[in-house]
Ligand binder design. Structure first.
Ligand code: AQP
Length: 332
């Protein structure tokens, strides 16, 4: 069976972008068709300024939401990255495989480093080396497919390069993975700034729909979404990004194809209203299940404990093999 690995960073409350770009596919398809592992990648949340208590809280919330969206521990493995040491063990070998130039070329590094500088803060070294840890996350499990939103495709490409390079230098050790990106809503845009990705760590929250937003909050955010000049509803991502984003979201809620949907509307108001209701309905079961799960933290703990054990057992032999392959002396 194909091995699948993917993760979510506890850098903020999970968003509609995370759900449509990643989580929904993990739950509805991936866990049924493959041997899948899904992870709260908490170490990645330390690459930018962070509040320890908040990261701890958000990690638990993210893990609970992974179950709330429908990941079933009988079908797949759900765990927290920092509970499995193999990730950091292998990350070091990935740092020894990558060049600093290829790390510096990563778009996410450039954007986030700039954000930190604008804030007047310093850029953590781990922000630069982040893709090495992400490559380790993926390669440790012999992953064949990495289901991600479009924004992560570049990091998966780098992971492929590192896997190939490592195998060439030290002998066949890693499976070379590929990214799989959903057909619709691979890049959900911010409702207030439809030329930027809806990102959970972004400061302005009015353009971000969180999975746990109350229905009225969702309605308000969608109804206040920035639309474009002109009033006719056409699907044009370059010229009409605001309206195209709403059409993408509505389509992803199961209403049809974005370009066809455009023809069904003659006002932005009606499009927003239908989109708002579709999103409210899409998220309703997730909120309900989350509310149930928070009442049972022992269950969530047991899933994570079990998940970490399974993950460790899969990762350890391959990481041990990689240590031997690069020339490290086995423990005596
Ligand atoms: N807007 C999005 N549209 C589609 N997919 C998205 N993903 C994230 N945003 C969108 C996908 O969700 C998975 C988990 O994302 P993540 O935790 O790595 O990143 P994030 O939500 O984008 O978090 P941040 O901290 O706010 O990061 P930046 O600042 O980079 O935006 C991934 O598969 C991702 O592709």
């Amino acid at each position: 069976r194909t091995r699948i690995f993917s993760g979510v960073k506890p850098t903020g409350h999970l968003t509609l972008g995370n759900y449509l770009g990643a989580l929904r596919g993990w739950a509805d398809e991936d866990q049924h068709r493959a041997d899948a592992l899904f992870c709260v990648v908490d170490l990645h949340a330390l690459t930018v300024e962070h509040d320890p208590a908040r990261v701890r809280r958000l990690s638990r919330q993210a893990a609970t939401l992974l179950l709330a969206v429908g990941l079933d521990p009988r079908l797949c493995t759900v765990f927290v990255q920092s509970h499995v040491d193999e990730h950091t063990r292998l990350a070091y070998l990935m740092e020894c495989t990558a060049s600093d130039g290829e790390m510096r070329r990563m778009i996410q590094y450039k954007e986030k480093a700039e954000r930190e500088r604008v804030r007047g803060g310093s850029v953590r070294l781990s922000l630069l080396t982040y893709p090495a840890l992400m490559a380790a996350d993926i390669l440790a499990y012999g992953t064949g497919e990495v289901p991600v939103g479009e924004d992560q495709a570049q990091h998966v490409e780098l992971t492929r390069d590192l896997a190939v390079r490592f195998n060439q230098r030290y002998g066949q050790t890693f499976v070379v993975p590929k990214a799989t990106v959903p057909k619709v809503a691979a890049r959900v845009m911010d409702l207030q700034e439809p030329t930027s990705k809806m990102g959970k760590s972004h400061a302005r929250t009015s353009g971000i729909v969180y999975l746990l937003d109350e229905p009225d909050v969702v309605r308000k955010k969608v109804m206040r979404a920035v639309t474009d000049t002109g009033s006719d509803v056409v699907y044009d991502r370059a010229e009409r990004p605001g309206v195209a984003n709403l059409l993408d979201i509505l389509a992803a809620c199961g209403a049809g194809e974005p370009a066809e949907l455009a023809g069904e509307y003659d006002s932005y108001g009606a499009l927003k209203k239908d989109t708002a209701e579709a999103v409210v309905e899409l998220l309703r079961p997730v909120r309900e299940r989350h509310a149930e799960l928070v009442k049972d933290p022992e269950y969530v703990d047991s899933v994570l404990r079990d998940g970490a054990g399974r993950a460790r057992a899969i990762a350890r032999p391959r990481v041990d093999a990689a240590y031997r392959a690069v020339g490290l002396m086995p423990a005596v």
